[in-house]
Design a protein around this ligand. Structure first.
Ligand SMILES: *Cc1c(COP(=O)(O)O)cnc(C)c1O
Length: 368
């Protein structure tokens, strides 16, 4: 029997091992480890990659979100519209600043339903945070026009959508600030924690640069209250290697997704839908199944690892008890939490492994 982990990061490393090894050693030998030429080069190249003007390298995707709302001066008493169906980190960027998340149900693509945003806008609403979940862009054309109409900031959580497009524009460049994570499992993943923001606004860019470095532009002159959230040289240099190979990595994920989309034929399984005009980058391949636990146990017995993204919606998590929500408040989100299942899809996944997953899923039967 084949054994296929949900993810296997060493396969990704082995793909370009020589380049990663050389790069890491050259940074070690350089004697310069934080805030140097690798970080600057990465910022320039990542800004170019997204089609944005500026990029600021940070410590994590969560820091990108937290500092984005801080830079926009959104805090206590303010409300931010956010998809109910997302990873809790999206909300933590809001609540860390003392602002209140206002949840909106997802559409059939798992993203913020643009038709349900306006009913949630109040005189306290300051921003909309979109999350391009699983690698597919949210309905940005409509969301951007709602943000403009109501004079709201638009922030994008692109932790899962590096390189994904809505129409001809890349995610991260639709809003005031695009927030990225380079956590190892992401589509552009580092070998440790790191993140970044992109923006077109020079003032926000300057402010983010200060915020990440103790609030100072010039050493020991602290103009605002900052934090330490710097992108270190090794991660930046390794990320540059990944970025160089982006197109190849994107195609690899798209090929796995195509094989699943074309190969999986089982009436108990609902495959992901692709929005017209969007370019999905397949951070995750998420199916739905009414008997998910049964399916997950079955796949597990057949040696196939799966994961659930995400089993507990943020509004029902213990951490957000204080917001006062209960089961039934966001039924679409809750239904997704009960039925979604992510299949293995990773750099270096082999052809026979992909085919094995397809065959095993197609052989799944309810009755027995
Ligand atoms: C991974 C992720 C984050 C957080 O990124 P970190 O680098 O782990 O802090 C935020 N939002 C979403 C949607 C994510 O998937």
């Amino acid at each position: 029997m084949m054994k296929i982990n949900f993810n296997q990061l060493d396969r990704g490393y082995l793909k370009f091992k020589d380049e990663y090894d050389k790069t890491a050693i050259s940074v070690l030998e350089s004697g310069w480890y934080i805030m140097g030429k690798e970080g600057e080069k990465f910022e320039t190249e990542f800004a170019n990659f997204t089609g944005s003007k500026y990029c600021v390298g940070l410590n994590s995707g969560l820091d990108a979100l937290v500092l984005a709302f801080r830079a926009l001066e959104i805090g206590e008493g303010d409300e931010v519209i956010v998809p109910a169906n997302t990873y809790i980190a999206s909300m933590l960027g809001i609540t860390e600043n003392g602002a209140t998340p206002v949840f909106v149900e997802p559409d059939k693509y798992y993203n913020l339903d643009s038709t349900k945003i306006e009913e949630k806008i109040t005189n306290k609403t300051k921003a909309i945070l979109v999350v391009h979940l699983y690698g597919q862009a949210a309905d940005m054309v409509n969301i951007k026009s709602i943000a403009d109409k109501h004079n709201l900031y638009l922030v994008e959580d692109c932790a899962q959508s590096h390189g994904a497009h809505c129409s001809d524009r890349m995610t991260g460049t639709w809003g005031d600030i695009g927030c990225f994570s380079f956590y190892p499992t992401k589509n552009i993943g580092a070998f440790g924690d790191s993140g970044a923001i992109v923006t077109e606004d020079v003032k926000l860019y300057e402010k983010m640069k200060m915020l990440r470095n103790y609030g100072s532009k010039i050493k020991y002159q602290n103009e605002i209250l900052g934090v330490n959230s710097r992108l270190d040289e090794i991660q930046a240099a390794l990320l540059l290697v990944k970025l160089r190979h982006y197109e190849e990595l994107r195609k690899e994920r798209a090929n796995i997704a195509d094989k699943y989309l074309n190969g999986i034929k089982n009436k108990n399984i609902k495959l992901p839908s692709i929005r017209e005009g969007s370019k999905h980058v397949w951070h995750l391949f998420v199916i739905q199944c009414e008997v998910r636990e049964k399916l997950q146990n079955y796949l597990n017995l057949k040696g196939i690892g799966t994961q659930i993204h995400y089993p507990i919606p943020p509004h029902l998590s213990k951490a957000y008890d204080y917001l006062g929500y209960e089961e039934g408040n966001y039924p679409i989100t809750e239904k997704y939490a009960d039925t979604v299942l992510s299949l293995p899809l990773f750099e270096g996944m082999k052809k026979d492994e992909i085919e094995y997953v397809v065959d095993v899923i197609n052989a799944f039967k309810l009755e027995k």
